[in-house]
Write a protein that binds this ligand. Structure first.
Ligand code: GTP
Length: 277
């Protein structure tokens, strides 16, 4: 069995940064390799060590230049091209061995998860290749400062979850930017009643039944809980990794790999045995 995270979320929510943080955590804290594959043909730059890059197959810039498409049409064209040339991606993962771990950094456009088949096709291919895949949906914590924004974010996460049918984790990114007294606990804890109370106070009464139906649906799908990720807080990174790994059952009984340089000072060693998976 091989393992993978499929990292999704709106443009600019911090997907690539999330991938870099997790790759670094694997390397330093767990001393295991984590290969990150860029699946965004519109990506510009990223901080992780990229194992394979879809832009070697096709980039949105090339599509826009050669076919005179706009950025959104170019992205859809590029992803459909990837779908027709799935052998490229199969080739990139062809040397994956048992217990290998991959992260796929996906494009953000919602239509790829709502009504285009390509992301589902990629997931199906990975599962056929013996990958156990977790869907990781990133939402910028700054965009859930009120209940209606939270509801929009949760519904877009639900779209991806329903479409891909993967074990699913929602991650609130950029928590280092939260002001000290920010009140996001109710969203993190999945307190649907508190969220509905906020919605009742902030939206017109004619939306009351709709809001309550949406709140009920989120509760039914257990979608109102999120893991907070603060890149400056190692405990929060570890918690996030352990949530994701728990849902794909990665890590039990795995030894660290022997090919990492150890820090000179033993005190710098991170206690990877304590990882809570
Ligand atoms: N302070 C802070 N900034 C972050 C964090 N994550 C991302 N950013 C910033 O947010 C911006 C977007 O981050 P990316 O990681 O490129 O986001 P993305 O979702 O991959 O973006 P697209 O690929 O364009 O959809 C960059 O300027 C990052 O430096 C974080 O955890 N903390």
């Amino acid at each position: 069995m091989k393992f993978a995270q499929f990292v999704m979320g709106p443009a600019g929510c911090g997907k690539s940064t999330y991938c870099a943080i997790i790759q670094e955590h694997f390397k330093v804290a767990m001393r295991r390799t984590c290969r990150v594959v860029n699946l965004d043909p519109a990506a510009e730059n990223f901080a992780y060590d990229c194992y394979a890059d879809v832009r070697e197959l096709i980039s949105v810039d090339d599509v826009m230049e050669e076919l005179d498409y706009g950025p959104n049409g170019g992205l859809v064209y590029a992803m459909e091209y990837l779908s027709e040339n799935m052998s490229w991606l199969e080739e990139q993962i062809s040397d994956a061995l048992d217990d290998d771990y991959y992260i796929f950094d996906c494009p953000g456009q919602i239509e790829l998860y709502s009504h285009l088949p390509v992301m589902r096709e990629i997931v199906d291919m990975l599962q056929n290749e013996d990958f156990r895949v977790a869907g990781v949906y990133c939402i910028d914590v700054n965009f859930i400062e009120d209940a209606s924004k939270f509801l929009s974010g949760a519904l877009s996460a639900l779209t991806a979850m329903v479409n891909l049918e993967l074990p699913h984790i929602n991650v609130l990114t950029k928590c280092d930017l939260l002001p000290p007294k920010a009140d996001v606990e109710r969203y993190v804890d999945g307190d649907t009643e508190a969220i509905l109370a906020d919605l009742r106070a902030s939206t017109h009464p004619r939306f009351r039944m709709l809001n309550e139906a949406l709140g009920q649906m989120l509760e039914d799908y257990s979608l109102v809980s999120f893991v907070m990720l603060n890149r400056d807080d190692e405990d929060s990174i570890e918690l996030c990794v352990s949530h994701v790994n728990h849902c794909i059952q990665y890590g039990e009984n795995l030894e660290p790999e022997g090919n990492f340089d150890l820090p000179e000072n033993d005190a710098d060693l991170v206690d990877f045995d304590a990882q809570d998976v």
